[in-house]
Ligand binder design. Sequence first.
Ligand SMILES: [Mn+2]
Length: 485
Amino acid sequence: MMNDRYSSLLKSADNISKQLRELVKENKFFQIVSHIDADGVAAAGIISKALIRENARFNVRIIKRLSASEIKALSDGREKKAYIFLDMGSGQFEKISQTLGDKTTVFIIDHHEILTRRETDTILELNPHLHGLNGSSEISGAGVTYILAKSLNQKNTDLSPLALVGAIGDIQDKGPQRTFTGLNNDIILSDAVNRGLVKVVKDILLFGSETRPVHLALKYTSDPFIEGLTGEEDKCIAFLTNLDIQLKRDGDWRTLSDLNQEEKVKLYSALVTYMLQIGYDTKSAEQLIGTKYIITSEEDGSPLKDIREYAYTLNACSRLGYSGLAVSLCLGDRDKALLEAQNIINEYRQRISKYISWLKEPGRVKEYEYLKIIHGEDLIDDRMIATIASIYSRITARSENKVLLCFAYKSEGDGVKVSARGTDALVKKGLNLNQALRKAVTEMGLTESEAGGHDIAAGAEIPVGSEETFASYLNKIIKSQIGVD
Ligand SMILES: [Mn+2]
């Protein structure tokens, strides 16, 4: 039985999938444009698989940001193509409509917040916010794409695990014990479990619990970030040895899944005690236990077995410039592709720890009343600034209730890439970074579409040299949002 809450969105998906099917029948060529993060890549994987099933012709482009110049560049030969924007587009509706909407059909399949409902004959928009549903917390870009794909063909329910990968990539596992809520849970996870594609287990959430020796899984755990253990191999080994947990058995490294129940309990309580001792609150410490989603068809030991690691893998490949490889993993490419992905993951991990230790050096963080600001200049790759912002905000958020604002110079062209991260507590008080960033760029005389995102996380692009002006506008806007006088 389907929840009434969802009927409006599902009806819209049915209408849009009908029009998509018409274009497939006309043998239209589809230009797919999606976002560089794990959610965007998973969305591209879902629509690609769905279009292959319909024998449609298409091409995929993965981009960092849908700027006005990007839309313009896409418009070549537009009368011959249909466009599908995934995990983006709702924030650029006007520009898309002006540049592409006059000549062809455009699909916008997005979950980013929209403020007003707009309609044209040529632009078809599927977005949960248009149906009173929360795109920040209960469905991702990959999820919305999944809803469309399922409506196109019931066979596409085999793509439900990918939609969950996208949701985890966008940190939507925010229900009790890191579960999914709303559409992610009621439709997508339910399809995945009913088809036997995903298994749900409660466990300690160390990173790479299926694939890595337990001391490395501990070392790589960054959510929660465990000060003194995360990133520090020697200390992780010492921690486990102190607990009498054998690192090897019969000469082989043991993974977390190799530990017996008694050892797991011992490890968990020692970690919680340690975190409380060094100043974490109970809630952060409890984040260590949660819900794991295992893809049954993937091999044991594969980084694609656990959907959290799957999302991490897609993100790493895509952000380091291998988005083609990331999409092909979603399409089922394994063996050689997977080996290549593993090398990229190692490189990505090294870069992140280099950036984080750079950020921890004294003097890197500037403080405003409601902001902590870091400027990565050209030292932090602008493709990775959003990831660094997310990780670093987890390290700092526990002690201070401020918005983390990160800047980095763009590697191509002029401009500064902006990433802002809030906390759940601030969102509860009224923080909405999507609206705040859009307002700040407008106050600077830029167009609203230079910024966008969600209440808790958003990004923008501003001219070089305007960082301070932007920060002071944002500081003021945040102040008014969270209602302090
Ligand atoms: Mn997304």
